[in-house]
Structure formats: structure tokens, C-alpha cells
Design a protein around this ligand. Structure first.
Ligand code: NI
Length: 136
């Protein structure tokens, strides 16, 4: 087994805001992150599989790129994550929850359409922090 990773970038705004709380409580917990702010996000998708003898590939990276763009990037780029994105409806779009939501979209597509296992989602919110999710 071997792993291969593709990176895509996008821009999106969000706020850390629990709609069940008051504005004061949200500011107390999340501070300035409770205000609407934007990031240049980086999404790294790592898949795992066997090297195909005929191509030398685990997956054609053009196909992985297209899956990432069609199922995620096109739906989140230049949006307000709290309101504009169907797959984040009802979800507080922290980096953690966002990465988990991306996993749930991509994992079945990669397995069923391309026969590869999703190994890791890495989502970078700023140059100083990111999350990694392995589906567990
Ligand atoms: Ni943020």
C-alpha cells in the first residue's frame, strides 16, 4: 500500500458561532473568531491503495483533482460557510467539523468510483494551524 496526496486551495469566510447561545456567550467562548472572517484554506486529500501495474498510479491525480473540485472546492470557494454550503447546514464550521464533513463526502466517492481508500483529510485554516482526520 502507498499513499498519495493532492492539494487544493480555496477562499471562504466563517464564524465560530453557536446559534443556541447568545452573542455575549459566543464572544466569551470564541472571542474575535465569533465575528465573520475569511481564510485562504488548503485542503490536502490523501488516498491509499496499490500501485496499478499498467499506469504506475494509485489514482490518476487529474481524477483526484476533479473529485476534490467537483465535490468540495466548487461548493465552498468564495462562500460564507455558516450559511451558503448545503453539506455544512446545521454544522458549526470549525476546522474540525469542516474536515469531518469533507471526509464524509469524499470517502464513498473515492471508494465506489475509483476503488481507493481515503486515508486522510488535512485542512489548513491558517499557516499556524490545521487539522488531520483519519475517519475515526
Ligand atoms: Ni477562522
Amino acid at each position: 500500500m502507498i499513499q498519495i496526496t493532492r492539494r487544493e486551495t480555496f477562499n471562504a469566510a466563517h464564524r465560530l458561532y453557536n446559534t443556541k447561545w447568545t452573542a455575549e456567550k459566543n464572544f466569551e467562548v470564541f472571542g474575535p473568531c465569533s465575528r465573520i472572517h475569511g481564510h485562504n484554506w488548503e485542503l490536502f486529500v490523501t488516498v491509499e491503495g496499490e500501485v496499478q501495474e499498467e499506469t504506475g498510479f494509485v489514482i490518476d491525480l487529474k481524477e483526484l483533482r476533479d473529485v476534490m473540485r467537483n465535490y468540495v472546492i466548487s461548493k465552498v470557494d468564495h462562500t460564507f460557510l455558516n450559511e451558503d454550503v448545503d453539506f455544512l447546514k446545521g454544522v458549526l464550521p470549525s476546522t474540525e467539523n469542516f474536515a469531518i464533513a469533507i471526509w464524509r463526502i469524499l470517502q464513498p466517492v473515492l471508494l465506489n468510483d475509483f476503488g481507493v481508500n481515503l486515508y486522510k483529510i488535512k485542512l489548513t485554516e491558517t499557516s499556524n494551524h490545521f487539522v488531520e482526520y483519519y475517519g475515526k
